[in-house]
Design a protein around this ligand. Structure first.
Ligand code: HEC
Ligand code: HEC
Length: 500
């Protein structure tokens, strides 16, 4: 640096002596001369002719930029060949330079000041500085989602406030993040995830129905139907039973969420009967601009993989919580959950007591398997005598051992989020209570034997299926209590709604 300054002073002094305006005359130029090797007394430093404009680097995308702008950034009056050095401040390792060419990939929002120095052969140099600002490129996201998704002001999915009486959520290796759940929301609502752009997760998991479907079985691609009733997606991270699906065949939520995409009848990427495969879906999504941006935004690079889709979808599903019910309000006002809740009617409090008490105390015994305050299902429960197969009166299904949380079995307006059970065979809650009150045992001897062998042992007493003998009034009271378990915000919060 000191040499550079001294030479510059020297050059200026020479120019002053010559009385010229400082520009080189042909006689001055031409190298050689006094200092030899280009250190001519007439040599001048390169000058900036076209300053570099500031640059934008899209986070997660490859960035390259020629800071010499094809050799036009600097001019050297003598036409000396220039060599370039590039420095970064701060030098956070995101960018590097080969000659004047900068390349790299930004990982986060921020500015890096780049200084490019051009030096001629005689150690004279000039420098130009500009800024690379790294930010998310959200043009394609904005173009499709407008105001409903703003990557610089994401909806809050991470803060899932629960009342004090609610346990901590199950630990998952994939915690809910605002970016992940935002991508998950787009995937959840996107019909591009089906083979004919007709079906999304939300076709069968509808917000206004607590993320279930009022149809007994749901319709997927090309008129295909599901084998079972769709399940409400409420408080999935607050469950005693960690496996998913009615028969618990998915070991965890991440494992579950791409199964519907591979399902022949649901999203259709089954690879069967000439249908495309999951890999074909990934290729398809790679052609969608907003996914390039959203995956880069969420994961740092635009690559789309099944594991990333699972992570994002599971985060969105796990973000769906419902803890703003009248039950929660009442529970917060008492220390003993068995005590009457001040905000409940007499019937609701009676229903609560019946729900919580076992048959030995003339209760309905629901708490044995759907214990509050979460109302998820007991992890070791087995089937409860509902063995129907939707659409097949002759079929028998003994494998159903999971239920969604009993929160939000009713909408806030009191209409049921049914039909209920894996086969959607019960349209009303009264039918559900009637079932538990007197569980029907199949008469066909072969089916009867398997039925008794596989039914939940809690429902069997002295070799026979238990009878609750609830009165009409008591049944109504249990239903009244179940109505208090519904939240409000889950049906209306825009962060869980269709962003398209
Ligand atoms: C065509 C209708 C349909 C589509 C589309 C669909 N589902 Fe489902 N979903 C169902 C049905 C039916 C079940 C129950 C199936 C079973 O247990 O055999 C279910 C079960 C689930 C469960 C298990 C809930 C629990 O508590 O065990 C989750 C989670 C889920 N779906 C998420 C999704 C996601 C995410 C998508 C989109 C990738 C999706 N579903 C697409 C119908 C559908
Ligand atoms: C022995 C364990 C057990 C007991 C006791 C029990 N349940 Fe269940 N419950 C289950 C299982 C398992 C399912 C899923 C059954 C199916 O779909 O075949 C279920 C399903 C349900 C459903 C349907 C959920 C849906 O999303 O469709 C409702 C409602 C319900 N139970 C309410 C009750 C009530 C009310 C009581 C008390 C009268 C009760 N349960 C007692 C285990 C139990």
């Amino acid at each position: 640096m000191r040499i550079f300054l001294l030479l510059n002073v020297f050059a200026l002094a020479l120019a002053g002596c010559g009385g010229s305006s400082g520009s080189n005359t042909p006689a001055d130029s031409g190298g050689g001369g006094f200092f030899g090797g280009g250190g001519s007394s007439g040599n001048t430093a390169p000058t900036i002719s076209v300053a570099n404009p500031d640059q934008m680097a899209a986070i997660g995308h490859d960035f390259t930029y020629d800071a010499s702008q094809g050799g036009t950034t600097f001019t050297d009056a003598q036409g000396d060949t220039m060599s370039y050095t590039v420095t970064f401040s701060p030098d956070n390792g995101e960018f590097a330079a080969t000659g004047p060419t900068i390349s790299g990939r930004a990982n986060g929002i921020g500015d890096v000041t780049v200084t490019i120095s051009a030096s001629d052969g005689s150690a004279e140099s000039a420098a130009d500085s500009f800024v690379i600002s790294s930010d998310f490129d959200q043009d394609a996201v904005q173009a499709v989602f407008g105001a409903s998704i703003d990557l610089s002001a994401l909806s809050d999915y991470e803060t899932r406030t629960t009342p004090d009486h609610i346990r901590a959520p199950n630990t998952v290796s994939n915690p809910v993040t605002n970016a992940g759940a935002t991508l998950g929301r787009v995937l959840f609502y996107d019909p591009a995830l089906s083979i004919d752009d007709s079906v999304s997760c939300s076709s069968c998991h509808q917000q206004q129905n607590a993320f279930s479907d009022p149809a007994v079985v749901s319709t997927g691609v090309a008129g295909g139907v599901t084998g079972r009733h769709s399940m409400r997606l409420i408080n999935t991270q607050w469950s005693d039973e960690l496996a998913f699906f009615w028969d618990e065949r998915a070991v965890d939520l991440e494992d579950q969420v791409t199964d519907p995409i591979r399902d022949h009848n649901e999203h259709g990427f089954s690879g069967q009967n000439g249908r495309p495969t999951f890999d074909d879906l990934i290729v398809k999504l790679e052609g969608v601009d907003y996914y390039e941006e959203l995956f880069a935004f969420t994961f740092g690079t635009p690559e789309i993989t099944e594991a990333r889709m699972q992570s994002a979808l599971a985060q969105f599903v796990n973000s769906i919580v419902s803890f703003d019910s009248r039950f929660d309000e009442g529970r917060a006002q008492v220390t003993d959950p068995f005590a009457p809740f001040p905000n409940f009617t007499f019937d609701e409090n009676q229903g609560k007591l019946l729900y919580m008490s076992g048959p030995e105390d003339n209760g309905a015994g629901c708490r044995r398997c759907h214990a509050g305050p979460e109302f998820s299902v007991f992890e070791d429960s087995r089937h409860i005598g509902v063995i129907g197969v939707a659409g097949n009166p002759a079929g028998a299904d003994f494998t159903v051992t999971r239920s969604p949380s009993l929160r939000d079995v009713f909408k806030p307006d009191g209409t049921p989020n049914g039909p209920f059970m894996h086969d959607g065979s019960m349209a009303t809650m009264r039918e559900v209570i009637d079932h538990y009150d007197a569980i029907p045992v199949p008469t066909d001897p072969a089916i009867q034997m398997e039925f008794m062998d596989t039914i939940d042992p809690q429902l069997v007493e002295f070799g026979a299926v238990e009878q609750l003998n609830l009165t009409d009034v008591e049944k109504g009271q249990v239903v009244a209590f179940l109505r208090t378990l519904s939240g409000q915000s889950v049906y209306t919060d825009p962060k869980w709604s269709d962003p398209f």
